[in-house]
Design a protein. Structure first.
Length: 122
């Protein structure tokens, strides 16, 4: 302990280590391996840890174990589509803001409205 610090205060090195930010986590939900690779490479290069899954149910299961900082969600995926998975994730973690960005080739304005109504940020 540094003698110059008042009694009861940790050394500066200890306080700095305790406040280091954790690596942000991105969940990538897409059944296309190329899309997952592109996103993972891009996000890793910007300091994100990533978890990749191929269906909506797997995304919900991941979120039960660990809350991601952001989700990149394909709309057309198996087991549970992106809309249903987002709705489940948002309802399970209503106390947390989890931004969801939908990735889709669909261009129907109704799909966009549905995604935004479910809480997607884009």
């Amino acid at each position: 302990m540094n003698a110059a610090l008042p009694v009861g205060l940790p050394a500066l090195e200890t306080r700095a280590a305790a406040t280091e930010p954790a690596q942000p986590l991105a969940l990538i939900v897409d059944d296309d391996a190329s899309n997952r690779l592109i996103l993972t490479t891009l996000l890793n290069s910007h300091g994100f840890a990533t978890i990749e899954v191929t269906d909506g149910l797997a995304a919900c299961n991941v979120c039960e174990e660990r809350i991601p900082d952001i989700v990149f969600m394909d709309v057309v995926i198996s087991v549970l589509d992106g809309f249903a998975a987002t709705q489940r994730i948002k309802s399970q973690h209503a106390e947390h803001f989890i931004p969801v960005i939908f990735l889709t080739a669909r261009s129907d304005p109704d799909d966009e409205r549905e995604g935004l109504a479910l809480g997607a940020v884009d």
